[in-house]
Write a protein that binds this ligand. Structure first.
Ligand code: NAP
Ligand code: ZN
Length: 349
């Protein structure tokens, strides 16, 4: 065991503060990683504050991890010390059930070991995330991060990147498709970058007028302020695909009606309370409403390789760990341009 400095919360109304965790000695199939950067996902806030009613404490959040390999177990041949690697939302699964065999480890029938606020596959040992200087992860779950990508900007690809890449690639997004991105935050800005790199005509549907110039710089060709009178009437029947990354309650029906017949709305955001659905919003136009949860290991690697080829990283504001609590408040105000990333070296000080 190695003692490792981390940042943790001890309860739903507690701020995050310094905490020491233990990382296991490497097993034969483990990779020991020194964490360089870890993104702050809105899911970290939902879970730190127990908004999904499934939190356990103390909790060390963080599932957008980029680091360097420092040591590998004797059976690991794929990676070696010095390699730039990433760890996303889960760190283990059974690898034998139907979903695991179909590269959907996040839906492992035994329950994947999520990177934090979960347990190892022994179902006893708590997992601790990337707001820490070191993590030990089973080889299969460690991603290669292209050397060409800035490590701080690449960290958010491990959650925000894969979560938006997966439904865009499932929809076979191509030149000329009309894609709406709802909510220009961490996920939303990655959806804009990735959809526009695939050739889509991207419209950002936002509650923040101040984000219009950024939306266009990120690759959108249109912007609509959804709070504005008449916005939804103007948008009716327009899009092939709506990517909804909103973290708070909002009216799904209004966004569904912006779809063309046979269009699809993908829910990515996880508001803390259920939202009513009007059947006619789906039925009039044979519209589809689907959800999408991160992506499996193989698809996450494909996304990282795609981002390497296209030079895509997140727009980040790098902060020391001491500013995590203030960053959470800014995320909650929609005041993030467009992902906070913790410089983990600040934890060692
Ligand atoms: P974020 O950076 O806070 O972005 C959310 C954006 O939603 C905000 O920037 C804001 O954009 C918009 N918004 C906030 N409140 C709103 C409201 N009341 N009505 C309409 N729009 C509102 O969060 P994130 O990290 O991108 O995460 C977004 C959500 O996805 C969270 O619920 C998170 O837990 C979830 N998530 C899901 C998955 C998955 O696998 N499905 C993975 C990661 C995260 P504007 O200012 O542009 O309106
Ligand atoms: Zn996340």
């Amino acid at each position: 065991m190695t003692k490792v400095p981390a940042y943790a919360t001890r309860g739903p109304t507690e701020p995050l503060s310094p905490f020491t965790i233990e990382r296991r000695d490497p097993r034969p199939d483990d990779v020991v990683i020194d964490v360089l950067y870890c993104g702050i996902c809105h899911s970290d806030i939902h879970q730190a504050r127990d908004e999904w009613n499934n939190s356990s404490y103390p909790m060390v959040p963080g599932h957008e991890i980029v680091g360097r390999v420092v040591e590998v177990g004797r059976d690991v041949t794929r990676l070696r010390p010095g390699d730039k690697v990433g760890v996303g939302c889960f760190v283990d699964s059974c690898l034998e059930c139907g979903p695991c065999k179909r590269d959907l480890e996040q839906f492992c029938e035994e329950g994947a070991a999520f990177t934090y606020n979960g347990t190892e596959m022994d179902r006893k040992t708590p997992t601790f995330g990337g707001y820490s200087t070191r993590i030990v992860v089973r080889d299969h779950f460690v991603l290669r991060v292209p050397e060409s990508l800035d490590p701080a900007g690449a960290a958010p690809l491990l959650c925000a990147g894969i979560t938006t890449f997966s439904p865009l690639s499932a929809a076979k997004t191509k030149r000329g498709d009309r894609v709406a991105v709802v909510g220009l935050g961490g996920l939303g800005h990655m959806a804009v970058k990735i959809a526009s790199s695939m050739g889509a005509e991207v419209t950002v549907l936002s509650t923040s007028r101040a984000k219009e110039a950024d939306a266009r710089r990120l690759g959108a060709t249109a912007f609509e302020l959804t709070r504005e009178e008449g916005a939804f009437q103007r948008l009716a029947g327009r899009f092939d695909l709506v990517i909804d990354s909103v973290s708070a309650p909002h009216d799904y029906n209004a966004y569904l009606r912006t779809l063309r017949p046979l269009g699809t709305m993908v829910l990515l955001g996880i508001p803390p309370a259920p939202i009513p659905l009007d059947a006619t919003a789906l039925i009039l136009g044979n519209r589809r409403l689907v959800g999408s949860n991160i992506g499996g290991v193989a698809e996450t690697q494909a996304m990282l390789d795609y981002c390497g080829e296209h030079g895509i990283v997140s727009d980040v504001e790098v902060i020391p760990a001491q500013e995590i609590n203030a960053a959470y408040e800014r995320v909650l105000r929609g005041d993030v341009r467009y992902r906070f990333v913790v410089d983990v070296s600040s934890l060692a000080k």
